[in-house]
Design a protein around this ligand. Structure first.
Ligand code: MN
Ligand code: MN
Length: 321
C-alpha cells in the first residue's frame, strides 16, 4: 500500500479546532512553548495539511471583550479566510450549561442548532456531576427537548476514567445520539493529554475506526488534540497530518479485516454456536426455551476461539498478514 493512499480528502470530513493546532504547548506545570498563531493563519495551515473543517472554541476567535464592530471585522475576515482556503466550520464548542433554557432559546430564535454534550471526568473540577458519555445518555432523556441534544464523546475523556471508548460510542450510536466525536488519544489515569490520534492506544482506536466506518457514521471526524511540547509550527503540521493519516490507515485495516477470509470464517464459526441468542420474545419461543435441556458441562468446556481471532487482528495491525 503506497503512502499516497492515506492522503486526506474532503469526503473524509477531517476537522480540527482552532485551539488544537493553535495550542501553545502549555501543560499543568509547563509554560507555553510555541507562539500564538492568528486564526486566519491557522485556517491556511489546516488547508495546507489537507483538513476539511475548522471549529471554534468559546472565545479563541473573538476575544470575550471585543466591541461589536471589532467582532464583526474578525468574523468577516475569518469567513473570507475559510472561503479562500475552502474550509467549512461544522461545529462550535461553547460554554452553555443551562440545557433546557438553551433549547427553548434555540427554538424561539429558530436557530435550528443541535447540541452535543461532551463528558470529562476529574477536570476542570475534581468532582464532575456528569463525568462520562454514559452519564449524559442517562441525562438527555430527562430534558424537555431531548431530540435536540446528543453527545460528543472524546477518546481521552473516557480513557482518563479507564473506560472503554468504543463501548461509549456504540451506546451513543445505538441511542441515536452520536452528534459529533472528538478524536485524540490518552493513557488512562493521567490528566487530559489530548495526544495525536492513535499514538497511544492503536488497537482500541482500530476498533473505533472500524465501528464508525462499518455503521456509516456520517458526521465530522474531529481531532481535539494537540502536538507535543517539543514541537515548533512544522511539528504542529506533522501532528495534524499524523492524526488524519492514522485514521486513514486504520480505516484501510478495517477494510482488510472485513475482507480477510480466515478472520471472517472464524468470526462466522464463533457466532454459529447460537449460545446466548434467544431471538425476539414470543410466548412460543419462551416455552421452547424453558423445555430445552442444556448440557452445562459441555457448554462450559467449549472454547470460543477469541484468542485466535484477536491474534489474527494483531497480525493484521502489525502488518504481517
Ligand atoms: Mn481532552
Ligand atoms: Mn474535546
Amino acid at each position: 500500500m503506497s503512502s499516497g493512499t492515506y492522503h486526506p480528502k474532503p469526503e473524509h470530513k477531517f476537522s480540527f479546532g482552532l485551539w488544537t493546532v493553535g495550542n501553545r504547548g502549555r501543560d499543568p506545570f509547563g509554560e507555553a512553548v510555541r507562539p500564538a498563531i492568528p486564526p486566519n493563519e491557522i485556517v491556511a495551515l489546516l488547508a495546507e495539511v489537507g483538513a476539511w473543517g475548522v471549529n471554534l472554541h468559546d472565545n479563541d476567535l473573538v476575544p470575550i471583550d471585543a466591541a461589536p464592530a471589532e467582532r464583526d471585522r474578525i468574523v468577516r475576515e475569518f469567513k473570507t479566510a475559510c472561503e479562500k482556503h475552502g474550509l467549512v466550520v461544522p461545529m462550535a464548542t461553547v460554554n452553555l450549561f443551562s440545557i433546557n433554557y438553551l433549547c427553548e432559546y434555540n427554538l424561539h430564535k429558530k436557530h435550528g442548532f443541535k447540541f452535543a454534550l461532551e463528558a470529562k471526568p476529574n477536570e476542570p473540577r475534581g468532582d464532575i456531576y456528569l463525568p462520562s458519555t454514559g452519564a449524559y445518555l442517562g441525562f438527555i432523556p430527562t430534558l424537555d427537548h431531548p431530540e435536540m441534544v446528543g453527545v460528543n464523546p472524546e477518546v481521552a475523556h473516557e480513557h482518563m476514567a479507564g473506560l472503554n471508548f468504543v463501548h461509549a460510542v456504540a451506546q451513543a450510536w445505538e441511542a441515536g445520539k452520536l452528534f459529533h466525536i472528538d478524536l485524540n488519544d490518552q493513557y488512562p489515569g493521567r490528566y487530559d493529554q489530548d495526544l495525536r490520534f492513535g499514538s497511544a492506544s492503536t488497537k482500541a482506536l482500530f476498533w473505533l475506526v472500524k465501528f464508525l466506518e462499518d455503521v456509516g457514521y456520517p458526521g465530522p471526524r474531529h481531532f481535539d488534540a494537540h502536538a507535543y511540547r517539543t514541537e515548533d509550527v512544522e511539528g504542529v503540521k506533522d501532528f495534524a497530518r499524523g492524526c488524519m493519516r492514522t485514521y486513514l490507515i486504520l480505516k484501510e485495516k478495517a477494510r482488510q479485516w472485513n475482507a480477510d477470509k480466515d478472520i471472517q470464517n472464524l468470526f462466522a464459526e464463533i457466532n454459529s454456536s447460537g449460545i446466548g441468542h434467544v431471538g425476539k420474545y414470543s410466548s412460543q419461543n419462551a416455552k421452547e426455551l424453558l423445555n430445552k435441556s442444556f448440557d452445562r458441562t459441555t457448554l462450559a468446556h467449549a472454547g470460543l476461539m477469541y484468542e485466535r481471532l484477536d491474534q489474527l487482528t494483531i497480525d493484521l495491525l502489525l502488518g504481517v498478514r
